[in-house]
Design a protein around this ligand. Sequence first.
Ligand code: NAD
Length: 287
Amino acid sequence: MACIIDGKRISAEIRAKLKVEVANLKAERGIVPSLAVIIVGENPASRVYVNNKKRACDEIGIVSHEFALPCDVSQAELLSLIDELDHRGDVNGILVQMPLPAHIDEKAVIERISPIKDVDAFHEINVGKLMTGNFKFLPCTPAGIVRLLDESNIDIAGKHCVIIGRSNIVGKPLAMLMLHCDATVTICHSKTLHLDEICRTADILVAAVGRAKFVTADMIAPGAVVIDVGINRGGDGKICGDVDFDNAKEVASYITPVPGGVGPMTICMLMNNAVTAALLQNDDLKR
Ligand code: NAD
């Protein structure tokens, strides 16, 4: 039976370390990291995510500013708020909670945030920096996954990592990050042929599909590490991942649960990026 990778515990340990780092920054250099979060409309899932981010900020000592805009806010108004926050010296990181209403161009919003305040690392400059390895910010979910593996003493170098999903926020940046960690990476997607066969060649299998119980035990090589990124609502109404956890755990060597696996790490890495942003804006590039 697989060892369960406890993302809740690991993320709590990282948040505790960040709290100490933030307290020291304040005491020794007068730097107080701050994060501005913009939420548009009343999407209940977005509200939960934004509340969780605020709670994490409070816990660590990061100042958070929330800007809740009505769902009919114009794109121009949203962009002008981003410009204002970009110019504010007391705001280190800017995050716009996605998804946005259909009348707003998400790409235009992402590109408006200064790369140095782009704590989600979605701006094309930060995406490019991830390609070349010259990065300061890493996208939060991929960074959280690599950190989970590292904290669990699972070596990525030389391993065959198969990622199901090619989104800009999970699959593609994770592939690049794993490549930087010397993995051999295969990205699978909705048009991939022989998916099951490819999955069975994985030493580390990552599911980022968004379909409940999509990865079944017969797609997993005995002893493989399974990372479940998915957040879905199962038939019973409960949150579940992309992996058929109960059967997969009998085959895998390590596995992340949902909830309590990758999810808590994503917020943790956002907090980490907010601290990095504060340091970058205080001309400290060493972190
Ligand atoms: P997305 O919808 O942008 O991408 C899904 C990917 O799955 C696509 O690239 C698609 O090609 C692939 N796919 C769909 N059907 C497939 C099939 N039959 N075979 C192979 N590949 C297939 O989703 P996303 O934003 O990358 O998110 C994926 C999941 O991860 C969602 O459930 C999302 O809620 C979750 N998520 C979790 C976190 C976290 O912090 N835990 C963060 C981001 C996303």
